[in-house]
Design a protein around this ligand. Structure first.
Ligand SMILES: [Zn+2]
Length: 387
C-alpha cells in the first residue's frame, strides 16, 4: 500500500526490519491510552485509584501496539522468505503496514503472506486470553482484566483483517483465490477491489448505526477506516493494473526514435538557448563525433550558475555514458521506470549495443499509460484517481 506519510516520529529496528512510527500514530496511541485508563478499566473494574488505572492502561496500550507490530512482522518475515526484501514496517493512525518491495509472484505466495498475519493475531489473542485462566490472578484483578482485554483485542484484530476488503489481509486471501482460479492477477485484483467496495459500504453503515446508537467516537472511527480502505483499495487496484501494463510493454514500443541530440562541445548558454528553450524538453542525449557520450538534463544545467554558462561546455556537466542512465530496447517499461527512479533522472538513453536507438522519458511513459487507460483499462479504474 503506497499510503505513507513522510512525517516519521521515530524508528527502531527488529530482526533487520525498520519499524517506523508515523506522527499520525501518536493520535491513535493517545486515544487508546485515554480510552483504557480513563474509560474502560474504571468502568469494568471499579474501586482502584487513578494511578493504577493509568499503569495498566499504559501497559495494555503498549502491548496492543506491540501486537500490531508482531502481526506486521509476521507478514514481513513470510514475504522475506519468498525473497521480497521487506525492510520497513510503518505504524500509523490506522494501524500497521508492512511494505512489500513487489507484489507476490504467485497466488499461493500471496495466500501465505496474507494469512500469516491474522493467524499470528489469533494465536496472540489466545495466548493473552489464556494467561488469567492458567495463572491464578484473582488478587490481581486489574492485570487479569488487562490480559483478557489484550486477548479479545487481538482476536478482534484477526477478524477485522480477515474482512474481504482488498488490500486488507482477507481481501488479499480472496484475491489469491480468484488469481488461483483464473490465472489472471489483474482480473483477480479488479474483482477483489469490487468486494472491497462492499466492505467499505458495510463499514459505513455499521459506523452510522453506531453513531445513531450513541457510540459517536466508535462510529466516526469506523467511517474513517472505511474511507481509508476505499482509497487504499482504489490505489492498489490501479497499481497492479499499471504494473502489469508497464511490465508487458517494451522500451522500444514507446521510446522516442531519433531524439533531438546536443553536441558535447557546445556551451551551456547555447544549449539552453537553442535546445532547452526551443524544444521544451527537459533533457537531451549528448553526442561527439556521431557517438553518444552522455545525457544532459535541466538539473545539471541548474547546478551551473548562469554567469558561468557561456564558458562551461556540455561535456563538463553531463552525466557520462554508464549503466545507470542506459537501458536496452528489449527491457520492460517497468524496468525503465525503476531505473529512472534509482538514477534520479526523468529519461534514459536506449542503447542497442553502442548505438543510440532512442530516448525513453517519464512523461512519455505517462502519456502511454493515459492513452492505454482510455482504450482498455476496466471502466471502474478510469473513474478513480485519474484526474
Ligand atoms: Zn495483516
Amino acid at each position: 500500500m503506497p499510503v505513507t506519510g513522510k512525517g516519521i516520529l521515530t524508528s527502531f529496528r527488529i530482526a533487520g526490519i525498520d519499524i517506523e512510527i508515523d506522527y499520525s500514530w501518536a493520535v491513535i496511541f493517545l486515544l487508546v491510552l485515554f480510552g483504557l485508563a480513563a474509560g474502560y478499566f474504571p468502568l469494568v473494574i471499579p474501586g482502584y485509584n487513578w494511578i493504577e488505572y493509568w499503569i495498566v492502561g499504559l501497559t495494555a496500550t503498549v502491548l496492543f501496539f506491540a501486537s500490531i507490530v508482531i502481526h506486521e512482522l509476521s507478514h514481513a518475515m513470510m514475504a522475506n522468505s519468498y525473497g521480497h526484501r521487506v525492510n520497513r514496517i510503518t505504524l500509523f493512525i490506522f494501524g500497521g503496514m508492512a511494505h512489500l518491495s513487489a507484489e507476490p509472484q504467485k497466488a499461493t505466495e500471496e495466500l501465505l503472506i496474507a494469512s500469516v498475519g491474522p493467524l499470528t493475531s489469533f494465536v496472540l489473542g489466545v495466548f493473552f486470553w489464556a494467561i488469567p485462566h492458567v495463572f491464578d490472578l484473582s488478587s490481581w484483578r486489574l492485570w487479569s482484566e488487562t490480559f483478557t482485554y489484550l486477548g479479545i483485542i487481538n482476536i478482534a484484530l484477526a477478524v477485522f483483517n480477515l474482512l474481504p476488503g482488498f488490500p486488507l489481509d482477507g481481501g488479499r486471501i480472496l484475491r489469491a483465490f480468484f488469481w488461483w482460479q483464473s490465472g489472471d492477477v489483474v482480473a483477480a485484483t479488479a474483482r477483489a477491489g469490487r468486494w472491497a467496495t462492499g466492505v467499505v459500504y458495510g463499514l459505513i453503515i455499521l459506523g452510522g448505526l453506531e453513531i445513531l446508537g450513541g457510540a459517536l467516537l466508535g462510529g466516526i472511527w469506523l467511517i474513517l477506516i472505511a474511507m481509508f480502505l476505499r482509497s487504499a483499495s482504489a490505489a492498489s487496484v490501479q497499481n497492479v493494473t499499471v504494473e502489469r501494463i508497464l511490465g508487458a510493454a517494451q522500451v522500444r514500443d514507446i521510446m522516442v526514435r531519433e531524439p533531438q541530440v546536443v553536441r558535447a562541445e557546445e556551451s551551456l548558454a547555447d544549449v539552453v538557448e537553442n535546445y532547452f528553450l526551443k524544444f521544451g524538453y527537459a533533457g537531451f542525449p549528448v553526442m561527439r563525433d556521431g557517438r553518444v557520450v552522455g545525457l544532459i538534463s535541466l538539473a545539471q544545467v541548474q547546478q551551473c550558475p548562469p554567469e558561468a554558462r557561456a564558458t562551461r561546455r556540455v561535456e563538463n556537466v553531463m552525466r557520462g555514458l554508464d549503466d545507470s542512465v542506459t537501458i536496452a530496447p528489449g527491457a520492460t517499461v517497468l524496468e525503465a521506470l525503476h531505473k529512472m527512479a534509482e538514477a534520479e533522472t526523468g529519461r534514459l538513453l536506449v542503447m542497442d549495443g553502442d548505438r543510440l536507438a532512442g530516448l525513453i522519458t517519464r512523461s512519455g511513459v505517462a502519456r502511454f499509460l493515459q492513452i492505454k487507460s482510455r482504450l482498455e483499462m476496466p471502466v471502474e479504474l478510469t473513474g478513480t484517481n485519474n484526474g
